[in-house]
Design a protein. Structure first.
Length: 423
């Protein structure tokens, strides 16, 4: 009996275990399908109440009254950042940058863009140098919003909504004030008939399609190739897929414990089969199941919801393989810990919560965001978001793949050291 025979035997046993198949394949669909149909594909995570203010860098090249008024309006809804400390600039790797040799908006903008690209900020706003002057002259101007498309899409909509509202308010206020000033000047010298016409003009409604004088331009970091805004499916489907891939831990550890309890291991070892082939066959069976899980979930996401999987399929395969390797290695290690079976599923659910599988890590307080890096879920999910949502390539997810393989190697080494075939 060789490695492939062990693989076939384990896969045959799994096909007969209907409850386990339901946990591995139907349970993630029970989350993905209702959420996908309920929230739709264009509005992020739907409605959400957020009781904490978002940190929002606002880079202003204009010190005029209108720029300050816009900044004050944003401060009513966000934690506006007007500068970064030397430590933050250094952490962004820009301490030696020519623009950062002297404090100023250029350095602030470069640092903020770097932080958005590194997912340390959701977005930043750039106010141009001639903003106040163009507003005063009644001319159109632009505000630039740089955002992370892989972050919380509801947060992006919140920023856009508040910014557009503040811009319209500022635009209307200046237009109305300028109009009243002109009317007062004209009415002082106009004949009575013209004064009547001017008064009637005040009651005239603006055209329904009239655009505000300030236009918002949204752009992405330079290393992103996203063609459109991310939708619900590109964020929730990878999240729940990662969550349930790690349920392989419960499946594999349970299968090993059952075979030890039933004496199957001892019987197999009495046959011409090496212990390495026995373990290898079981790990390979779990690996095949995990790869099928991801394939089925993503195929349903693409076929049913039109989820965009990006174009980096080789990188997607490598990331998936690293994810499944980590899950199977943890499952084998869990099988060597006595009495762990009863508490394994709650631990997996907590790890999924901490890893951002059920809601974005951006919504967590800072200390939990730091702790999320201790579980492999967050690394796998960040890799999927980089490929599927941000449109990045293999080089962008090599750190995530490396960390997942490190998890796999570490837990595999632990499992081999502790595994007892005779127990």
């Amino acid at each position: 009996m060789n490695l492939l025979a062990i693989l076939k035997n384990d896969l045959r046993q799994l096909t007969r275990d209907i409850p386990q198949l339901a946990v591995l394949f139907l349970m993630p669909l029970a989350f993905i399908l209702p959420i996908g149909f309920a929230l739709g594909g264009g509005d992020g995570y739907g409605l959400r109440s957020d009781n904490r203010r978002i940190s929002l860098p606002v880079v202003s090249y204009d010190s005029g009254a209108s720029a300050e008024e816009l900044r004050a309006s944003l401060e009513e809804s966000f934690m506006v950042e007007n500068w970064f400390t030397a430590q933050q600039i250094e952490a962004a790797g820009l301490a030696a940058d020519p623009d950062c040799q002297t404090p100023g908006p250029a350095c602030f903008e470069r640092t903020a863009r770097r932080m958005v690209g590194q997912q340390q900020r959701s977005a930043l706003i750039i106010i141009p140098a001639d903003f106040s002057q163009r507003i005063a002259d009644g001319q159109k101007t632009e505000i630039t919003l740089v955002y992370d498309p892989g972050g919380d899409s509801t947060r992006l909509m919140q920023i856009e909504g508040v910014l557009k509202g503040a811009a319209v308010k500022l635009s209307v206020t200046h237009s109305v004030n300028a109009g009243f000033d002109q009317l007062q000047s004209l009415s002082a010298v106009a004949p009575e008939e013209m004064q009547t016409e001017l008064e009637d003009g005040l009651n005239t409604q603006p055209a329904a399609d009239q655009q505000p004088a300030i236009r918002l331009e949204t752009v992405q970091p330079a290393n992103y190739t996203l063609k459109k805004l991310p939708d619900t499916f590109q964020q929730t489907i990878p999240g729940y897929t990662v969550m349930y891939v790690f349920f392989l831990v419960d499946y594999l550890s349970g299968a090993v414990r059952d075979e030890k309890r039933n004496g199957t291991f001892k019987r197999l070892l009495s046959m011409p089969v090496r212990p390495a082939s026995l373990l290898g066959g079981k790990l390979l069976a779990a690996f095949v199941i995990g790869m099928l899980q991801v394939l089925v979930m993503f195929a349903i996401g693409a076929a049913v919801f039109g989820m965009n999987l990006g174009t980096q399929y080789f990188a997607l395969f490598l990331l998936t393989a690293a994810l499944v390797c980590a899950a199977t290695a943890i499952g084998l290690a869990a099988a060597t810990v006595p009495g762990l079976s009863s508490g394994l599923v709650p631990m997996l659910i907590i790890a999924a919560l901490l890893g951002g599988c059920m809601f974005p890590i951006d919504l967590m307080p800072p200390f939990l965001r730091t702790l999320s890096h201790l579980v492999p879920h967050s690394w796998a999910l960040e890799g999927f978001l980089a490929l599927i949502v941000r449109g990045q390539g293999l080089s962008a997810v090599l750190p995530q793949i490396g960390v997942l393989l490190a998890f796999a190697a570490g837990f595999f080494f632990l499992a081999v050291r502790r595994f007892d075939f005779e127990d």
